[in-house]
Design a protein around this ligand. Structure first.
Ligand code: AMP
Ligand code: MG
Length: 357
């Protein structure tokens, strides 16, 4: 496999075909890079126990070297090969949520190189439920280090075309598995301290975790108004998920007709920018879409459906780039149980720019 990043093209293949899975497994075994679908977002995979292969992920993504990778496994047995110690609560969580969108942090064994863990003595582990991901990991016979398959800082890819946009020519292969189901990254829980702690919110909520293992903390850096505290998941400190245009969230305090105030404020901001000759987009729920006076109204789903909003969020942020938008105004989406995971991503994408009305 070539080592440089000057490949003319990346192979794109249907992830449901057995030959494609075998080809991907062969590439991974010889130290190459393969992007693959998971139920959360597309991952960019390499042999997790090879320093050189893991290092290539950082180059292809332009990822800071202190931002560790999640190691994807195809069975629970693998966890005992990679983690120094597996507490009871880890076993309970794996039993309840694996395969699925939950990553657990455990103390690492020597065999996991620093290149994979960003120099930490802990390792992030997840068993994805997407059949293409599971088949590929099994066929490779490896543990697969895989962050999201986007250029660092850009929105995570939820379709193979998004991966190709960022990675064509920089990686060996993309397994196309269609649009992913969940659309935002896994929940990360740190099990190395006295109390289990959520480092990144995701589809598996605090309540779901607490139903299995009792009280769970939330990393203080994730709490509102704490954006200056250094998060325990190194990657959470970086600008992320961001479209190229400047994005602002418009949020209403919980009094009176919140919705009307949001729409009025966004229309006022849009009108100002359009008068100045800028290209503007609004990210809206379907209920409000018709109320905006803007050339680009991008609908993320119904106000009551967190699942749809999560699934469409990153694609919508990428669409803003396709439209070369200068300014983006988004409603806030504190929708149901997924609200905190969605708002965590949206706030990062907006660089924490929020206007309260
Ligand atoms: P990505 O796969 O691109 O969503 O990035 C993986 C996320 O997992 C980043 O936010 C990392 O900082 C986090 N992560 C990976 N390994 C660890 C670890 N050992 N301790 C804490 N966070 C981790
Ligand atoms: Mg990522």
């Amino acid at each position: 496999m070539e080592d440089n990043l000057e490949r003319i093209n990346t192979i794109v293949a249907d992830g449901c075909r057995r030959e494609a899975i075998l080809q991907a497994a062969g590439i991974l075994r010889t130290g190459g890079l393969v992007a693959f679908p998971t139920e959360t977002v597309y991952g960019l995979g390499a042999d997790a126990l090879s320093k050189k292969a893991a290092g290539k992920i950082y180059s292809a993504k332009g990822r800071p070297s202190d931002n560790p990778l999640i190691v994807h496994v195809a069975d629970v047995k693998a966890v005992y090969e990679l983690a120094e110690y597996v507490p009871d609560k880890a076993e309970m969580l794996m039993e309840a949520f694996w395969p699925g969108p939950l990553t657990i942090i455990l103390p690492k064994k020597e065999v996991v190189p620093d290149e994979t863990t960003g120099g930490l003595n802990t390792v992030a582990l997840r068993m994805p439920s997407h059949p293409v991901a599971l088949d590929m990991i099994k066929a490779s016979g490896l543990y697969i280090a895989a962050p999201s398959a986007n250029t660092s800082g850009r929105p995570s890819p939820t379709e193979a075309a998004h991966v190709a946009e960022d990675m064509n020519g920089k990686i060996d292969m993309i397994l196309d598995g269609g649009a992913v189901g969940i659309g935002i990254e896994s929940t990360i829980v740190d099990l190395t301290g006295a109390c289990p702690t959520i480092l990144r919110p995701g589809f598996i909520t605090k309540q779901m975790l607490e139903n299995i293992i009792g009280f769970v903390e939330i990393d203080v850096a994730l709490k509102e108004n704490e954006s200056n505290i250094r998060p325990k998941a190194p990657g959470m400190k970086y600008t992320h998920y961001a479209p190229k245009g400047e994005m602002t969230i418009v949020e209403a305090s919980n009094t009176g007709d919140m919705n009307l105030r949001i729409v009025e404020k966004i229309n006022e901001l849009v009108s100002e920018k359009m008068k100045a000759g800028c290209n503007v987009a609004v990210i809206a729920t379907s209920e409000n879409a018709d109320l905006y006076k803007c050339q680009n109204v991008l609908v993320v789903g119904e106000r009551t459906s967190g699942e749809t909003i999560a699934a469409k969020l990153y694609g919508t942020l990428r669409k803003c780039d396709d439209l070369s938008v200068d300014y983006i105004y988004s409603e806030a989406f504190h929708t149901g149980e997924l609200g905190s995971a969605i708002m965590n991503r949206l706030l990062k994408a907006a660089g924490h720019r929020v206007i309260k009305v």
